[in-house]
Design a protein around this ligand. Structure first.
Ligand SMILES: C[S@@+](CC[C@H](N)C(=O)[O-])C[C@H]1O[C@@H](n2cnc3c(N)ncnc32)[C@H](O)[C@@H]1O
Length: 212
């Protein structure tokens, strides 16, 4: 999105809460890939989608700093819960620190480890909404692992599905992330188990609804 248009949008939507603004600033100072954070616009959208869907149980795959987890939690009703999974142990202290400074520490459970191993351990536990925002090389595997855990008519959001427009190009032979996103989009397009819409927000957010 053109920078001026993005500025315009941010000036005309709800403000980013102070804690999230601080988390973004800290990420830019301390982390190598701060742009992985959902950010102001997508954070407000996540909150709004959660308010619309009114899920009781949400699963997030890829916590990073906890920015999107807190944005999702903002939209949750009182007794609803968010489980978030992060593989990178070096992020754990920062995540726990950020969650503890939010008003949602009680509603958010952090699981450290590989989502591909952790999700199958949620035996007889199902989710109304899953947000996939992890390793692009594993998107299809993550989706297939999460789908059985989504309730009938539940929702799944997959982030970065336009991958800065790279989905339109022939990927380099070693560009496994672009290949992962292209494979995910192609397989999802043919997947009759779900309905899907791609929003061209940031670098693409796919909204998916599991059919009855
Ligand atoms: C794009 S960042 C997440 C950003 C975060 N959702 C936000 O918007 O603020 C992706 C994160 O997924 C984590 N990750 C990658 N593969 C994973 C896996 N298999 N299981 C759990 N976490 C994973 C990475 O370590 C990284 O912190």
């Amino acid at each position: 999105m053109a920078y001026a248009l993005e500025e315009y949008i941010l000036a005309h939507i709800d403000e980013e809460p102070e804690l999230l603004r601080k988390m973004q600033r800290e990420a830019h100072v301390k982390l190598l890939h701060p742009t992985m954070i959902s950010g102001h616009l997508q954070g407000r959208l996540l909150k709004m989608l959660v308010q619309m869907i009114r899920p009781q149980r949400v699963l997030e795959i890829g916590t990073y700093t906890g920015y999107s987890a807190i944005s999702i939690a903002e939209g949750l009703e009182g007794h609803a819960a968010l489980h978030t999974i992060e593989i990178d142990e070096e992020m754990e202290d920062m995540i726990r620190h950020n969650l503890s400074h939010s008003s949602f520490a009680e509603q958010i459970t952090l699981h450290m480890g590989d989502a591909l191993e952790i999700i199958p351990r949620f035996r007889d536990e199902y989710f109304d909404l899953v947000f996939i925002d992890a390793d692009k090389r594993d998107y299809w595997n993550l989706y297939e692992t999460a789908l059985p855990k989504i309730k009938s008519e539940g929702f799944l959001l997959a982030d970065n599905t336009l991958w800065h427009g790279k989905v339109l190009e022939e990927p380099e032979s070693n560009d496994w992330q672009t290949k992962g996103i292209i494979a995910f989009n192609d397989k999802l397009a043919d997947d009759d188990r779900v309905e899907k819409v791609i929003l061209p927000l940031r670098d693409g957010l796919t909204l998916i609804r599991k059919k009855k």
